[in-house]
Structure formats: structure tokens, C-alpha cells
Design a protein around this ligand. Structure first.
Ligand code: 5RP
Length: 223
């Protein structure tokens, strides 16, 4: 069995009739979208708001009713993957370039369920490069400020061109090697003018980590 699908299917069981659901981005979230789509086809009524244009399209294709951010009143549950989860339940997200909308959804949700396979569980964050979304016109200055925090920086590419986010910004992948002071790095990055948001999701916005295993088992890690 696919461990990502096991986690996604388990999380989707928490979605109830009438809820507004935040929909994530990435290969694990794709399983959640499929599972939600099956439930909707069986009669579940939900409204959903998606963290990326590609997840919007995937959700529409399986019959999920989407609303724009401007119409969201409350988000009951947000289900999304992660690139790394540390022992304190801090996350790195943004491997798929959708971290800004993802953080807005996580911050505004009553419950944020993180769905992963066990390969995402790490002792310390930082092996996965930390994505930071920045405004394009001040890129050079913003890169210098990021480097002052102790990382090397790479402008994410899409073929030969810079990768452009759904919000018309750039993604900088930052190599800190190991991130121990998660709150401090999070705050320092976001204090740089030109940075829109970074991919550190601190434990205060996480509700549960749902870990799927190929055996079909699920482990739920709560704060
Ligand atoms: C997208 C994300 C994803 O949740 C993260 O990259 C995990 O992806 P996958 O489920 O494909 O392993 O943050 O911006």
C-alpha cells in the first residue's frame, strides 16, 4: 500500500458534512483530494479552498466545490503534506512552491492535519532546503539579507527560467544545514523586507501529524 495514501485517507475521515476544508498541494495532498472527491460523489457536502492553482484544478476535476480566499469565513480543517517534520512538530513546507497560501490556510484553520509518510520524520529540520517566497524586484538585496542569517541561497528554477509562484513571486531555497532555533529563524527571515513568507511552519499552527506506513498502519502524533 502507498504510505502517503494511507495517511491521506485517514485524515479525510475527519471531514464532516458542511465543513469548509483547506486543500493542500503535493503528491500526498493529491491522494487527499481523490479521497475527498470520492466522498463528495457519495453525497458529502463541503466547500473547499485550495493552496495552489494545480490543487484547485485537481479538486474541480473530482467534483469538489471550491470557493476563493475572499469568500472564506472559517476553515474547519486543513489537510496538507510536509517536506520535513521534526521531533517538536515544527515543519518545513513549500517543496511544491505553495508555501504562502499554505501558511495562510494553516494559520486560519481550526485544525491543521499534516499527512506524511515516515520518510518525512527527522530529528532536526534543514536537510530539506528551506523555501522562502520573495518579491522579485528586490531579489539581490533580499538574497544578501538571507545569507546574513547563515544560509546559502539558490533561486528556484523552472527549466531555464526562475520558478514563479501562483502569487507572481520567486522561491529561494535556503541551505541552513541544520535548523535548531526554529522560532528565531522563522522570525528573522520574515523580518527581512522583500520576504513574503518562509516555509517554516512552527508547531503552534500544527494540530496533528498523521504518519502512514506501507503496512497500512497509521500513527497519529499530537502535541
Ligand atoms: C507544497 C508542500 C507539500 O506539502 C510538500 O512539498 C510535500 O509534498 P509531497 O506530499 O509531494 O511529498 O509543502 O508546497
Amino acid at each position: 500500500m502507498n504510505a502517503k495514501q494511507i495517511a491521506a485517507d485517514y485524515a479525510v475521515e475527519s471531514v464532516k458534512d458542511g465543513m469548509t476544508v483547506g486543500i493542500g498541494t503535493g503528491s500526498t495532498s493529491a491522494f487527499a483530494i481523490e479521497a475527498l472527491g470520492r466522498k463528495v460523489q457519495q453525497g458529502l457536502f463541503i466547500k473547499a479552498v485550495a493552496s495552489s492553482i494545480r490543487s484547485e484544478e485537481a479538486a474541480t476535476n473530482v467534483g469538489i466545490k471550491l470557493i476563493p480566499f475572499s469568500e472564506v469565513e472559517t476553515i474547519d480543517i486543513y489537510i496538507d503534506g510536509a517536506d520535513e517534520v521534526d521531533k517538536d512538530l515544527h515543519l518545513i513546507k513549500g517543496g511544491g512552491g505553495a508555501l504562502l497560501r499554505e501558511k495562510i490556510l494553516a494559520f486560519n484553520s481550526k485544525e491543521f492535519l499534516v499527512i506524511v509518510d515516515s520518510s518525512k520524520l527527522v530529528e532536526h529540520l534543514g536537510k530539506f532546503l528551506l523555501p522562502v517566497e520573495i518579491i522579485p524586484f528586490a531579489m539581490e538585496l533580499t538574497l544578501k539579507q538571507l545569507q546574513k542569517l547563515g544560509c546559502t541561497t539558490k533561486v528556484r528554477q523552472d527549466g531555464k527560467e526562475p520558478y514563479i509562484t501562483d502569487n507572481s513571486n520567486l522561491i529561494i531555497d535556503c541551505d541552513f544545514k541544520r535548523i535548531e532555533q526554529v522560532d528565531q529563524i522563522h522570525q528573522s527571515i520574515n523580518a527581512i523586507p522583500g520576504v513574503v513568507e518562509n516555509g517554516l511552519f512552527t508547531k503552534n499552527i500544527v494540530s496533528k501529524i498523521i504518519v502512514g506506513y506501507e503496512s497500512g498502519e497509521v500513527k497519529v502524533i499530537e502535541k
